[in-house]
Design a protein around this ligand. Structure first.
Ligand SMILES: C[S@@+](CC[C@H](N)C(=O)[O-])C[C@H]1O[C@@H](n2cnc3c(N)ncnc32)[C@H](O)[C@@H]1O
Length: 282
């Protein structure tokens, strides 16, 4: 079973998907446009989450194309009015039989492999789902480059690093690789993809703004999980770090303070093509 930390069943998912959509969809659409995706293409959108990019791909490929959006738990995408050429599938990319016959023109996954301990094997599966010449676009965060850029006081930077560091530990313990963004180009080359290139997008996230709400959604969800698992008076353990109530409270206050500015997670958008004979199938 997947150990995905940010389970879609939790309340914080709505906020997470709303931030991802508003802050990163424009850049993801550019990355996808760079493949030439257009009328008639068959696309696979893996771990489609809220479903916005699946809908957009549906518009791009038109009535002669088709888009299959998969997710371990598609409860959010299912609420959308899906275009006629977009289909949703409940599917675990780590172990369910792969859809299609290795004939997709484009396979896209954003912020999915980062969470999966089996990411290298999943990368092979995605490569095998492509037709020869088909495009794989993987978009992943590099969670290791989020410098604090402005603070309202001398303590805020260190507090952010400590709480955010605990979150990354918890992610690692759930099988995620927070630095996957900086590994993905090399891994795609190792998987036999051709012409692998990437662009990376980052911006400032100020307290009270839209982007920084991702930190709130993530820490609140991790804290809720930690509360269920291990808590003692006035503190809870996230990753290997015990955080006091005061630290969590101050962290959340900072996220609302316009004087606090942090770099967004850089999103590495990597793309490459399957060469004839490459990939290992499902
Ligand atoms: C961080 S969210 C990203 C959602 C969407 N791709 C985006 O960028 O807005 C990760 C998504 O991957 C899905 N997911 C996690 N493990 C999965 C698996 N083993 N197979 C398919 N989807 C999975 C989750 O349910 C969730 O919707």
């Amino acid at each position: 079973m997947s150990r995905y930390l940010f389970d879609n069943a939790d309340d914080q998912t709505r906020e997470r998907f709303s931030v991802l959509e508003s802050r990163y969809d424009p850049w993801s659409r550019k990355a996808l446009e760079n493949t030439g995706v257009g009328p008639g293409w068959r696309c696979l959108e893996v771990g489609g989450g809220g479903g916005s990019l699946g809908d957009w791909l549906g518009e791009r490929v038109g009535p002669d194309g088709e888009v299959l959006v998969t997710d371990l738990d598609p409860r959010w995408a299912v609420q959308r009015q899906l275009p006629a050429n977009v289909r949703l599938l409940t599917h675990d990319i780590t172990r369910d039989p792969m859809p299609g016959d290795g004939d997709f023109d484009l396979v896209h996954a954003r912020l999915v492999l980062l969470h999966l301990p089996e990411r290298t094997r999943v990368l092979e599966r995605l490569t095998g789902a492509l037709r020869p010449g088909g495009w794989l676009v993987l978009e992943e965060f590099d969670c290791g480059w989020t410098p604090v850029l402005a603070t309202p006081d001398g303590e805020a930077g260190a507090l952010f690093e400590r709480v955010h560091g605990a979150l990354l530990e918890a992610l690692g313990q759930a099988g995620a690789e927070p630095l996957w963004g900086r590994q993905v180009v090399g891994e795609m080359m190792r998987a036999g993809l051709e012409g692998v290139t990437a662009t990376t997008y980052a911006e400032t996230w100020a307290g009270g703004g839209q982007g920084i709400k991702l930190h709130r959604a993530n820490i609140e969800q991790a804290a809720r999980r930690a509360g269920e698992a291990e808590i003692r008076i006035g503190a809870m353990r996230i990753g290997d770090t015990w955080l006091g109530d005061g630290e969590l409270r101050r962290f959340l206050e900072l996220l609302d303070d316009p004087g606090f500015v942090v770099n967004s997670y850089p999103m590495v958008s990597a793309r490459g093509r399957r060469v004839a004979g490459a990939g290992v199938g499902a």
